[in-house]
Design a protein around this ligand. Structure first.
Ligand SMILES: NC(=O)c1ccc[n+]([C@@H]2O[C@H](COP(=O)([O-])OP(=O)(O)OC[C@H]3O[C@@H](n4cnc5c(N)ncnc54)[C@H](OP(=O)(O)O)[C@@H]3O)[C@@H](O)[C@H]2O)c1
Length: 308
């Protein structure tokens, strides 16, 4: 019996080579984004679309009538759930981008507290702008999401003696739940969004949420733009009451006339959280391990067919 696996590039195909040599019954096809479908696509059982290729058109998925597993390379699977052909198992890439994304959240927090943009500007003017800056020590950090990203952000912030509170769906030791937010927001000096975009989390950070934060608080969004009501945040930024560090947006790429570009108190990055130079190795390892499980008939990891 031949299992046909379809991957987006030669690097991912190379990650499967140990399995190909061990099981001659495995065939690997490469289908790059926007390229024509490879010969034999109708036999594909296990499909890995490209990381930044967007959501695969339904018409392309329809070329794979034997598809059993759709292994995406993003941690978030919003956009995929509603186009999943019946009977196909959807797997996310939890673990591939978490460290890089948590690192970016920390970079945004530390850059804000230690005022790196201000000193970079002073450098341009050759100005010795020595001053006291803020610190993570003793800051209250509220991390929404206690998964791969959230746990890493919490651990890193604790290294610098921040007071960290984690919030998730299932309350457990050291983790609160969203219904506690009313109690937690008034003392949160830094809020990090590390939740998936789901019907329960879309629009969570609205005007009332933001109004509950203390003056000068920093909102960090490295999760999904849909969690945050941009207009409500813009009002707080323009009033110079809150600060923000954003990596993700309601619409991406951010249009050149988007008001966020020129808003005060905000630093923007173009959705680079998971996109580090090391991501391909981690993705290759995930695809290898998942295909190995599939060939052995074992349960797959990161199954999100029913959502998160
Ligand atoms: N900027 C980027 O490039 C980038 C990169 C990677 C990921 N992301 C985004 O970040 C999200 C989180 O990634 P991750 O790898 O940390 O995911 P994860 O490991 O699956 O963790 C998700 C966390 O969110 C919590 N959660 C889910 N639904 C919730 C709800 N309705 N209310 C409260 N908490 C809820 C979960 O709670 P439980 O622990 O109780 O289940 C879990 O703690 C992804 O879904 C993706 O959208 C962005």
């Amino acid at each position: 019996l031949v299992a046909t696996i379809c991957v987006p590039d030669a690097d991912t195909a190379a990650a499967l080579e140990p399995l190909v040599s061990a099981a001659s019954a495995l065939r690997v096809l490469v289908w790059a984004p926007k390229a024509a479908a490879p010969a034999g696509v109708d036999a594909v059982e296990f499909f890995v679309p490209a990381y930044q290729g967007g959501v695969t058109p339904s018409a392309d998925l329809a070329l794979m009538p034997h598809l059993k597993v759709l292994q995406v390379l993003t941690a978030g699977v919003d956009g995929w759930l509603d186009r999943l052909p019946p009977g196909v198992t959807l797997c996310g890439a939890r673990g591939v981008h978490g460290a890089g994304t948590a690192e970016l959240a920390l970079a945004g927090i530390l850059s804000h507290l230690r005022q790196l943009p201000r000193f970079a500007a002073a450098q341009q003017r050759r100005q010795w702008d020595r001053d006291f800056t803020d610190t993570l020590r003793g800051r209250s950090v509220l991390v929404l999401g206690a998964g791969d990203i959230g746990q890493r952000v919490a651990a890193a912030a604790r290294v610098f003696d921040a007071e960290v509170t984690l919030v998730a769906r299932h309350p457990r030791e050291g983790v609160r739940q969203l219904t506690d937010l009313a109690q937690l927001l008034p003392s949160a000096q830094i809020v990090v969004l590390a939740l998936p975009s789901t019907p329960e989390t879309v629009g969570l950070v609205d005007a009332a949420f933001l109004a509950a934060l203390p003056d000068g608080a920093l909102v960090v969004n490295v999760a999904r733009g849909a969690l945050l009501v941009t207009g409500a945040l813009l009002a707080e930024l323009r009033a110079r009451r809150l600060y923000a560090f954003l990596d993700v947006y309601e619409t991406e790429p951010l249009a050149s006339d988007d008001p966020l570009w020129s808003a005060p108190n905000v630093v923007l990055t173009p959705h680079i959280g998971g996109g580090t130079t090391g991501w391909q190795r981690a993705a290759g390892r995930l695809v290898h391990d998942q295909v190995a499980r599939y060939l052995r008939g074992e349960p797959l990891a990161n199954v999100v067919t029913e959502g998160y």
